[in-house]
Design a protein around this ligand. Structure first.
Ligand code: CO
Length: 303
């Protein structure tokens, strides 16, 4: 089990580093997403969730729809969040890059973006330093909050890190990004994805009505054979972990899928992960590692 977590972690780290080097002015988001997902497979792992590329005020849960025409521009704050699994044991890591190359930002804006990136780095480091068996999750949140507010920014308060279990991306524990007094104590062997998000805005995210990532919930009765067929395909291929709309389009046509997915969501056969945006429209930086809790510290699998 530990070996699988380690192997998944090494693959995520390698693919993350290679993909970071590709991020530049003019790169199509779908190229980056497809690179990450195909490299994870080539390395011998499974994709734990669709590669997320969330730009500027888009905070999380954006992956390319089919034929995505969005292009990364110079000066963009690009959050790349990826996950791989070996035997269902998951590694989850994210990095933020400010795109080099032609942009209209002034020096103050460039400095602020660099400071946001520095703050998410420092917050993650502080959180990881605080992790060991017996520590309350709220205290980890407190460390994250302290670092971020001392630097003059806000954490995103309604996004959290999460514990991982085999085939389960969000198991019992949540790791907050501020001290919120929630119950929960770390135990030796817990596996955690810790992910501080930093902004100069209000520090909350809201849904935008765009969904590209879903998760299978339950087989439900449907009258239309097509709907049944899509749901059975989803259950057969992605029974536990999130999947993207884009992954279904080899098998099914985009037009018919649009209405079918809506029907599946409405009947709670699948769960929609809405794209999230910072509420005040401010830009957001994120950094994330997966760690295994030890008696006196933790082991970072995605370093
Ligand atoms: Co992640």
């Amino acid at each position: 089990m530990i070996e699988s977590y380690e192997k998944a972690g090494k693959i995520v780290s390698k693919v993350r580093n290679e993909a970071s080097g590709l991020i530049k002015d003019g790169l199509a988001i779908i190229k980056l997403v497809e690179f990450v997902e195909s490299e994870i497979i080539k390395e011998g792992a499974g994709i734990a969730f669709p590669c997320n590329v969330s730009v500027n005020e888009i905070t999380a849960h954006y992956t390319s729809p089919p034929n995505d025409e969005n292009i990364i521009k110079g000066g963009d704050l690009v959050k790349l969040d990826l996950g791989a699994e070996i035997n269902g044991y998951i590694a989850d890591s994210a990095i933020t890059i400010m795109t080099k190359g032609g942009n209209d930002l002034n020096d103050d804006e460039i400095n602020k973006n660099e400071d946001l990136i520095g703050a998410s780095d420092a917050a993650l480091e502080a959180a990881i330093s605080a992790v060991k068996a017996g520590v309350e999750v709220s205290k980890i949140g407190g460390e994250v909050e302290k670092v971020i507010t001392n630097l003059g920014f806000n954490p995103i308060r309604n996004l959290t890190g999460h514990s991982l279990e085999q085939w389960n991306l969000h198991s019992g524990l949540s790791i907050p990004n501020f001290e919120d007094n929630r119950p929960g104590i770390l135990e030796e062997g817990d596996v955690l994805a810790i992910e501080p998000f930093v902004t100069d805005g209000v520090g909350y995210v809201v849904d935008i009505p765009k969904v590209n990532i879903f998760k299978f919930l339950k087989i439900r009765p449907f009258r239309l054979p097509y709907t049944k067929k899509v749901l059975n395909h989803i259950k057969g291929n992605y029974p536990y972990l999130p999947f993207s709309f884009r992954w279904l389009t080899d098998e099914f046509s985009v037009n018919r899928l649009n209405s079918t997915m809506k029907e599946l969501v409405d009947s709670m056969a699948i769960y929609p992960y809405y794209t999230l945006r910072e509420k005040s429209g401010a830009w957001v930086s994120q950094k994330e590692h997966t760690v295994i809790v030890e008696k006196e510290g933790c082991y970072i699998t995605t370093k």
